[in-house]
Design a protein around this ligand. Structure first.
Ligand SMILES: O=C(O)/C=C/C(=O)CC(=O)CC(=O)O
Ligand code: CA
Ligand code: MG
Length: 407
């Protein structure tokens, strides 16, 4: 279906066509589209190929293209699909393919507001048991609305950015001892999530109906919501996560357009109770995505996204239900993706049951939480055309030691 010579394996195919920001030595960062092991340099291709709006791609961020809206996104994707599938376009396209090994990938968009949800029932029940052993499993509101919190947009970093181990106040010893100390986190964790990127803004005072999701949301990134469990567990009552998560949130460099996920739509789980009218959808859909979590060189889990209780469209409807508006570049993440079966944990808190059941890595070592020098890579696939699975890229990060005066 494509004239491109694509490598086998984990690379993007000629259908996914994700957008990112890349630079080459001595040149300005600009918009690229990933295919195989190449990046398509969109601005000069659009200029020579006669596409309107080439200026949207000679930019150091995707925001102008995100703001251009659904009709522009559809037009550019249609044009790209035509170019990569039609052999006659080869001479036009080939001069604008840059080997991915020669480029530096940047944070793909300027993040407006960042919201993190809590949509996996398994994750909510597990964290409930571990953090609140004497309380009911799910919080009272959980089945009525998609619980979330506003996170820190300014510390959303692109894949590959080192993550410094945060320091903070945490309990030492049994809670009954009441000892609290300041120091480097001893329970540094990951959270596997899908992040949704807003293109078209909404108006202040005008909630976004569930059915309008695709008018506003451009696409998806992979998210690692790094979490310092000891700092979080001490600080979060009653206002929620603060310093335990705000030090860094990593996203993949490539934003996969929603249209590339059209074959991955699945029915969400049954709802009980029936949600309020503003959260109902005539045609509700979740996504069949499968994540893979690699800790150093060992695959430690494969969290499935299809069973997430609240859908991205319900999350956007909820986020705006009080009249709060969204802006171009806003990011909202699904919440930790943990499936009900063994091997599906989306964080190490659950995988190792708060350290009680360490995991063995391929090098013979074992882990409960992250150590300095550890690298975690989260990749994902989705159901694609013709029963294929498409690759959605990866988000990776390595832990660097705490700043020296924090010891
Ligand atoms: O249940 C809690 O107190 C905390 C839960 C989390 O840390 C998870 C969070 O950030 C939301 C999510 O990713 O699902
Ligand atoms: Ca999270
Ligand atoms: Mg975070």
């Amino acid at each position: 279906m494509t004239w491109l010579d694509l490598p086998d394996g984990a690379a993007f195919d000629a259908w996914t066509l994700p957008y990112g920001i890349f630079s080459t030595p001595g040149e300005e960062p600009r918009v690229g589209v990933a295919v195989g092991d190449h990046v398509l340099d969109l601005a000069p291709l659009a200029a020579t190929g006669g596409l309107d709006g080439a200026h949207l791609f000679a930019q150091p961020t995707l925001n102008p293209f995100l703001a251009a809206g659904r009709r522009a996104w559809d037009a550019v994707r249609g044009w790209l699909l035509e170019l990569v599938t039609g052999e006659p376009h080869r001479d036009l396209v080939e001069p604008h393919l840059v080997p991915v090994r020669d480029v530096k990938l940047r944070r793909p968009f300027d993040v407006g507001d960042y919201v993190d949800f809590y949509a996996s029932q398994t994750h909510a029940e597990n964290v409930g048991q571990l953090f609140r052993p004497n309380s009911p499993g799910l919080p009272a509101a959980w089945r009525h609305l998609p619980i979330g919190y506003h996170g820190r947009a300014g510390t959303v970093v692109v894949s590959g950015t080192p993550v410094t181990r945060p320091s903070g106040l945490r309990r030492i010893g049994p809670p009954a001892d009441g000892r609290v100390e300041h120091g480097p986190s001893l329970r540094l964790d990951i959270e596997v999530e899908a992040g949704f990127v807003v293109g078209t803004p909404s108006r202040l005072g005008a909630p976004v109906p569930v059915a309008d999701f695709t008018e506003h949301v451009f696409g998806m990134v992979l998210v690692n919501d790094w979490s310092a469990r000891d700092i979080q567990a001490f600080e979060y009552v009653p206002l929620g996560p603060f310093l335990g998560k705000s030090f860094a949130t990593s996203i993949s460099p490539w934003v996969v357009p929603l249209d590339a996920l059209s074959h991955a739509r699945v029915d969400p789980p049954p709802r009980d109770p029936e949600p309020a009218a503003y959260l109902r959808d005539a045609d509700p859909w979740g996504l069949d995505l499968e994540f893979t979590v690699t800790w150093n060189d060992t695959v430690v889990s494969r969290p499935p996204f299809a069973g997430m209780y609240w859908t991205p469209a319900q999350q956007l409807a909820h986020l705006t239900a009080n009249g709060a508006s969204v802006r171009t570049g806003d990011l909202f993440a699904s919440g930790t993706v943990s499936g009900p079966r063994p091997g599906g944990s989306g964080c190490f808190l659950e995988l190792t049951w708060n350290g009680a059941e360490p995991v063995a890595l391929a090098d013979g070592s074992s882990r409960s939480f992250l150590e300095d020098g550890d690298t975690v890579t989260i990749s994902a696939t989705a159901a694609g055309p013709d029963d294929t699975r498409i690759h959605l890229g990866a988000v990776t990060g390595q832990i660097t030691p705490p700043r020296s005066h924090d010891h």
